[in-house]
Ligand binder design. Structure first.
Ligand code: BEZ
Length: 210
C-alpha cells in the first residue's frame, strides 16, 4: 500500500553522490524533503535540481535537508552534476540517491507503472524529525515542481505543530492564521492575547503566533 500521511518513512541504505547513504543516520534530527525525478540528463529535472541547490540557504535556515533520487547509477549522477552546475548556476549541494536497483523507489512507491514502468515519477515526501511522513506530492514527468510551495507548506507544518492554529488557503508566513475549531473562545482569549476575529463560530482568525 502507498505510504500515507503519518506513516513512518522507511529507512534505507543506498548509493548516492555523497557515498553510501544510511537514510536515518543522514537525516538525524532534521526535517527532510525526499524527492524523486524521472531520469538524469533530462531538461525539467536539470532545472529542478538547480533550483533546490540555489535554495539551500532557505532549506538550511529552517533546518530542512533535501535529498534527490532517480534510478540512475551514481556515475551517471556525477557526470550530470557537471551539467547542472554549468547550466543552473549552482553546484549540487545535497545528495542524489542512485537507486539503480529501485530499492528505495519500491519502498516509497515512486514508480507508477501506468505512467512509466521504468522511471520514477516526481514524488515528494516531507518527513519530520520523528521520521513521520507529513506531506506527499506526486507530479508527472512533464511538470516541474514549485519548491517555494514545498517550503511554504513546511512553514505551515512547523507553525501548526507548535500552536493550536491552521493556515488558510494561499497563506504565506506572516499572514493571519485560523484558530483550530477544538479551541473554545475562552481558551482562545488566553492562547491569543492579541485577540481574534470571529467570522463564524468555526472560522476565527488571529495574528500568526511568533
Ligand atoms: C524532464 O525532466 O525533462 C523529463 C523527464 C522524463 C520525461 C519527460 C521530461
Amino acid at each position: 500500500m502507498a505510504l500515507q500521511l503519518g506513516d513512518t518513512a522507511p529507512d534505507f541504505t543506498q548509493d548516492s553522490t555523497q557515498g553510501p547513504l544510511h537514510f536515518y543516520e543522514w537525516a538525524g534530527n532534521s526535517w527532510v524533503v525526499l524527492f524523486s525525478h524521472p531520469k538524469d540528463f533530462t531538461p525539467v529535472c536539470t532545472t529542478e535540481l538547480g533550483i533546490v541547490a540555489r535554495m539551500k540557504p532557505d532549506f538550511d535556515k529552517r533546518g530542512i535537508k533535501a535529498i534527490g533520487l532517480s534510478v540512475d547509477p551514481v556515475a551517471s549522477h556525477q557526470t550530470w552534476a557537471k551539467d547542472i552546475e554549468e547550466t543552473q548556476g549552482a553546484a549540487l549541494n545535497f545528495p542524489l540517491v542512485a537507486d539503480h536497483d529501485r530499492k528505495v523507489a519500491d519502498l516509497y512507491g515512486m514508480i507508477h507503472p501506468n505512467a512509466s514502468d521504468t522511471l520514477t515519477v516526481r514524488s515528494v515526501f516531507v518527513i519530520d524529525p520523528q521520521k513521520k511522513v507529513r506531506l506527499t506530492l506526486t507530479y508527472p514527468a512533464s511538470a516541474g515542481r514549485n519548491f517555494d510551495e514545498i517550503l511554504r507548506a513546511i512553514d505551515s507544518l512547523m507553525l501548526t505543530d507548535k500552536h493550536k492554529v491552521a493556515t488558510p488557503g494561499n497563506w504565506k508566513p506572516g499572514e493571519d492564521v485560523i484558530i483550530v475549531p477544538s479551541v473554545s473562545n475562552d481558551d482562545a482569549r488566553k492562547l491569543f492575547p492579541g485577540g481574534f476575529k470571529e467570522l463564524k463560530p468555526y472560522l476565527r482568525t488571529t495574528k500568526q503566533p511568533a
